[in-house]
Design a protein around this ligand. Structure first.
Ligand SMILES: C[S@@+](CC[C@H](N)C(=O)[O-])C[C@H]1O[C@@H](n2cnc3c(N)ncnc32)[C@H](O)[C@@H]1O
Length: 604
């Protein structure tokens, strides 16, 4: 008996497929001699045997293993692919990179088995890390690819479909106005409640957690605007990258599942499953869920769906039913049906732990001692608030000129911030020219005006034609305040009187309007009383009407305790070192001291 089984296992080890009849043979030489190659010569059979052995070895090495990605390419149709995969597995093949086991369990080519709560939460769990990474990058202003932005939108849609059980049609109809009219209620943010619902279209009504609201708001602020196309006006909340309203949320959900190799789930099936689970609840709660899931306005149910408290209560009830736990989103006020009063909100948190530029967020112990949840949701929001404050502070320090990253890094170091601050390059990138009101109170600008200490400029002689002019000795960025046109402020009438006495000599009078008043800056009187030994730089800037790189900006600054009319020059473009600075004097040959004079330079 033992001898027999030993013989059998040796024979099994030697099984080789015949390449003629495709059948496994315990003893291929005998099989070939007696069967498939009985009329051939011994040499031909030996050659065939050799081929069969090579083929056998190759198959053992490579042929038994499949890659799921390869199957996706060969069989793009999911049901066929899954049937094939099942078949291969049954026949003993190995499949690398397989999707989840549940795919085979829940999907066959013809039937879809009702999903479990675990199934539909899966996509939210599996894709969450990627989503949060994109969220962080968007928040920091780091580079986010268009594919990532699409994934971000898909995930937001998935939250509404698989957590808030909105049907695709309702999402497709969600508008920007509905989003901006969202309201805080009992620790959640309710969307879709309006005082003037008239249509009977499918509408989205749901209650997001605060954390989800922050995610959606970032989509609304940073991704959606990039997709708006002036020629395709759309008020849809979800816009595709081509500027169209998202027209098939179902397709988006399929793609999202495909991306993560998860079985496709129909939101319809998910909602059916929820309704089935709801049967264990009281009749009243069942009815609440039915109304929440129906998503249509009008009729008796509209009244309840228009009550924020009803929406919040039902959303919490649904969370509890679907098994969302506080780990899924610690912001959720409660997960049981009898959830009691909502936890303290973020404003209470801020009141207890005010955000300051230099402060530290409260640790877990401090948070819990003050009656807040031990999770990090409010902690994270506190840090985001501080981050935003720090960003604002850093930007405010560089009103008049765009800072270099090195300069920003120096300031961050000076403040002693070691974490939770924007990167210097981010500030460099985020910097925008200041608005007039900001400029007028900027201390650096006021000091430069008062003391004439503008940096990065030099007076250069451009020869007999132009005379002196000003060049940049440091690069300037578009929007930078470069210097001012310094001189005594007089009336335009006084300025014009001075011009009468001038005979073809360089003019240093800058005429401007302040409201209805005509004014002039007299830089003709030189040196000025306030800077007797300084050749103030602004008066040396030459004219160009065709290629100016500076633009004058009239401001009123508090200089040395007094309001003073000041003409500042702002860079119209990035200016490189050694470039001559020029602004358009705004006068033509005709208007400037009469026709016929030799003032060709004004046409320049
Ligand atoms: C405000 S000053 C400019 C500085 C002047 N170039 C200097 O040497 O002091 C204005 C005078 O400069 C000269 N100017 C300004 N722009 C010029 C240009 N593009 N070409 C030649 N001369 C110019 C004209 O004589 C004009 O009246």
């Amino acid at each position: 008996m033992a001898e027999q089984s030993k013989k059998r296992s040796v024979a099994d080890r030697n099984i080789t497929y015949c390449l003629r009849c495709y059948k496994p043979q315990d003893n291929l030489p005998v099989h070939l001699a007696r069967g498939c190659m009985k009329t051939s010569t011994p040499d031909e059979r030996a050659e065939e045997l050799q081929k069969a052995k090579v083929s056998n070895r190759e198959w053992i090495r490579k042929g038994r293993t499949w890659d799921y990605d390869q199957l996706c390419e060969i069989l793009p149709d999911r049901p066929s692919r899954l049937s094939m995969m099942k078949e291969l597995l049954q026949r003993g093949f190995f499949i690398k990179n397989q999707p989840d086991d549940s795919e085979l369990a829940t999907t066959t080519s013809t039937t879809v088995i009702a999903p479990s709560t675990k199934d539909w939460q899966k996509i939210l769990k599996v894709a969450k890390a990627d989503f949060l990474q994109i969220y962080g990058n968007l928040q920091r202003g780091s580079k986010v690819s268009s594919a990532e932005k699409t994934l971000y939108r898909y995930y937001c849609e998935a939250i509404l479909v698989f957590r808030h059980h909105q049907c695709p049609g309702a999402l497709e109809g969600l508008t920007d106005a509905e989003w901006v009219n969202r309201r805080q209620h009992s620790g959640r943010v309710v969307i879709g409640i309006s005082s003037h619902v008239t249509s009977t279209k499918q509408t989205a009504t749901f209650a997001l957690t605060n954390r989800e609201e922050a995610w959606f708001q970032l989509y609304f602020q940073k991704i959606r605007p990039e997709n708006i196309r002036p020629e395709k006006v759309s008020n849809s909340f979800f816009l595709s990258s081509t500027g169209e309203a998202v027209h098939s949320v179902s397709q988006d959900m399929d793609r999202l599942h495909e991306m993560y190799k998860l079985p496709v789930l129909r939101s319809r099936d998910v909602r059916k499953a929820i309704e089935a689970t709801a049967q264990m609840l009281s009749a009243d709660n069942q009815e609440a869920i039915r109304q929440y899931l129906t998503h249509s306005t009008g009729g008796a149910q509209q009244d309840r769906m228009q009550q924020p408290q009803f929406v919040v209560d039902t959303a919490v009830l649904l969370d509890s039913l679907a098994g969302f736990t506080s780990d899924d989103d610690p912001d959720t006020p409660g997960t049981s049906v009898e959830c009691g009063p909502p936890s303290k909100d973020f404003s209470a948190f801020l009141a207890r732990f005010p955000v300051s530029l230099g402060g530290q967020p409260p640790n877990k112990k401090q948070r819990v001692n003050e009656g807040f949840a031990e999770d990090r949701v409010f902690y994270d929001r506190w840090r985001s608030t501080q981050y935003a404050k720090r960003e604002e502070y850093l930007l405010s320090q560089f009103t008049h000129r765009k800072p270099s990253a090195v300069k920003v890094a120096g300031l961050i170091a000076k403040e002693g911030w070691r974490a939770n601050h924007p990167r210097p390059e981010d500030i460099e990138r985020l910097w925008r020219p200041a608005r007039r009101v900001t400029i007028e109170t900027d201390e650096t600008i006021i000091k430069n005006v008062s003391q004439q200490t503008w940096a990065g400029l030099a007076i250069k002689n451009f020869g007999p034609q132009q005379g002196l002019g000003v060049v940049a000795t440091q690069p300037f960025s578009k929007g930078d305040i470069v210097c001012d046109y310094h001189g005594k402020v007089i009336t335009a009438a006084a300025g014009r009187a001075m011009m009468q006495d001038m005979h073809n000599e360089p003019g240093y009078l800058f005429f401007f309007k302040s409201g209805s008043r005509d004014m002039c800056i007299d830089a003709q009187t030189f040196p000025c009383d306030c800077h007797p030994v300084t050749d103030t730089i602004g008066r040396r800037i030459n004219h160009s009407s065709k290629g100016p790189n500076l633009k004058p900006l009239h401001c009123v600054l508090k200089v040395d305790g007094e309001d003073r009319h000041v003409i500042l020059f702002r860079a119209l473009q990035d200016i490189t070192v050694d470039t001559q600075l020029k602004f358009d004097y705004g006068v033509s040959r005709k208007s400037f001291r009469g026709e016929g004079l030799d003032l060709e330079w004004l046409d320049e």
